[in-house]
Design a protein. Sequence first.
Length: 340
Amino acid sequence: MTILAIKETEALFKVFDESTELLKEALSTSYLDAFIESGDNLIDGHVQVEDGQPNEKVVQQLQGLYDSVDRQHLDRETVRQAIQLSMLKAMREDDIQGNHQMTPDTIGMVMGYLVIRLVEKQSQLTLLDPAVGTANLLTTVINQLTAATHAEISAIGIDNDDSLLSVADINTTLQQANVTLRHQDALGELQLPEIDLAVSDLPIGYYPLDEKVTTFKTHAQSGHSYVHHLMMEQAMHFVKPGGFGIFLVPSQLFSSPESKGLLAWLQDTAYLQSLLALPKDLFTAQQSEKSILLLQRRGGNAKQADQVMIGEFPSFKDQAAFSKFVAEVVDWELNDLLKK
């Protein structure tokens, strides 16, 4: 990231932060809700006033901040990173729960980089994130694919949290990304087109509505089912034959009591092509460790790679070892996974 890009990100974050703080005080609301109000104001080009709030003085301060932003020439990554900084502050101030926290940038960048070679020959790409949240991961991947391919990219993001989806709307609108957002339960009835690539930082935990998921192959035989198993199955259902899904999953994915159902579903639906554990030093406890899982939908030109790529990333702090490992993964993609 260049010094100029850092300065532009800092300047946009300053506008977001100062306007959010002004609205938080004027409207007596949370940082997150004030950010959403501010983002909507910035997109609309004027300050929304209801019941005399915010008052005229605050409106003028806000309008001055919004007028300082050249919306038409905003760089996508500048927007994404400035919103990410705003969300990090919201998470601290509003004490937002773990499943709602954003995918760290480095992980999103790695996930995006790993899929470039898998889709780079396509002229059109449709992506799906069934747990889109603030759209930080989705737009990280879109921006990487936009820079590395000539594909026309569109995406669909689904989430049942209206606040996070409002942030995603601000994020994608200001980035001028072609993303359709849907406020619904991703495990409900979905009407979706065929997807080239599913990408998601899957929520971890149990899905409470047992009757709703009885038709899923990954549902538990008794009690609640794992939501991350169900979400993966749902996403891959819409991936075209030969298409890919890349997911952030618990490292213990295949050692849980419910893994038998997950493996049975995989046997019928997708090839497990790669499972790469993230560096242990990213996590505070063993049970919170995560891995990047790469699946390929059966059918089309898909085949099981001769060698499933299983490994663990070196620490991101050791740049030489990290680069060497990524080069090995790329070599595997080109000479094994994509080999005709």
